[in-house]
Design a protein around this ligand. Sequence first.
Ligand SMILES: Cc1ncc(COP(=O)(O)O)c(C=O)c1O
Length: 404
Amino acid sequence: MTFDITKIARPNILTLEPYRCARDDFQEGILLDANENTYGPTLKNISSEESALGLNRYPDPHQIALKKQICAYRNSEAEKPGSLVKIPTDSNGKSQGLTAANLCLGVGSDEGIDILIRACVKPGVEKVMICPPTYGMYSICCVVNDVEIVKVPLELDTFQIQPEKILDQLRKDPDIKLIYITSPGNPTAQLIKQSLILQVLKGIEELSWNGLLLLDEAYIDFAPSGSSMSVLVNKHKNLAVMQTFSKAFGLAGIRLGITYSTPEVSILLNSMKYPYNISNITSSIALRATTEGSLNNMKHVVGTIIEQRAIVLEKILKINGVGRNVGGTDSNFILIELLNKDGKPDNKVAHEVYSRLATERHVVVRFRGSELGCTGCLRITIGTPAENEKLLEEFETVLTDVNK
Ligand SMILES: Cc1ncc(COP(=O)(O)O)c(C=O)c1O
């Protein structure tokens, strides 16, 4: 089928013109065009680094240099030997790698989640599919946008998607416009197999479904190298992929997320976003974070987190009262089952351990026992070696006491 943006986007969104600001035409000279304060920031004792950020000026709405650096990184990962996802070529053999035209940058990937609903799903009429257990923000954005949620759960033994059930639901319900899939999952820490995502994409192309499959890859850099499917958005036009600087890059505080999609979708998203959503501070730090030296450092830190994850998992699973590692090992957290005296996964035990760890021991983890397929589960982020040791020590003491 031919991809038809006019059937995917809401009609009002299609009428938007791509945003243009005065600086698109003139960037230099005496800039008296945007009602900025040309005297400069009024901060007392401004440092030379802060001065260099040009904080009295509006940021660049397009961020092309940053987008190019992000694309260079993702393309180069996909080109490495052994990469699980390869850059496709078109019918003339030309590479379909990512370019700046595929990207929309947002205030965290949370902005990407919301903007896609607003772009495609008619409030009060159309619907969004989610695959629980999954990240809670999809549902919050659906509620805010007055959009109904349809649930097609993950297969609960493997935490993989169920392509046939997803496609059946799409056949039954033509009002579904978006599907959110998290890979690696939260709270499952499980990478979704590429073959299953491709099965859904093939199915929706055959169905001529007019919607988007959103793959949220917030934790992708903790998964095996070359797992990101972002490089496939030019081939599979119904695919959009989201990533964030909040996890592997260690930059949750700068609030930067990326949505990769086909250029047709990307133009719409860039027309909808607030023009100056990416601050000068955010872009300057992200530009540094995507240079070769910083990327190598990110990989080094990711390697350390993965090593620590193995140590924590090995030790925690030996503690009396801990059941299975319910999730996968593709993220910077683990999902652990807590058992009661009868050896059964138990939410009461898990909640009490969670609560006492925080209040009595000042170690804060996340209770996830209410999520589908996660009875008795705590989600634990992998910290520094010292934090992990403290966690393991306090966790054992509290769990032993709760199960006494
Ligand atoms: C699966 C998933 N997607 C998106 C986000 C949000 O990321 P950001 O900080 O970029 O808004 C999170 C944050 O925890 C997440 O777990």
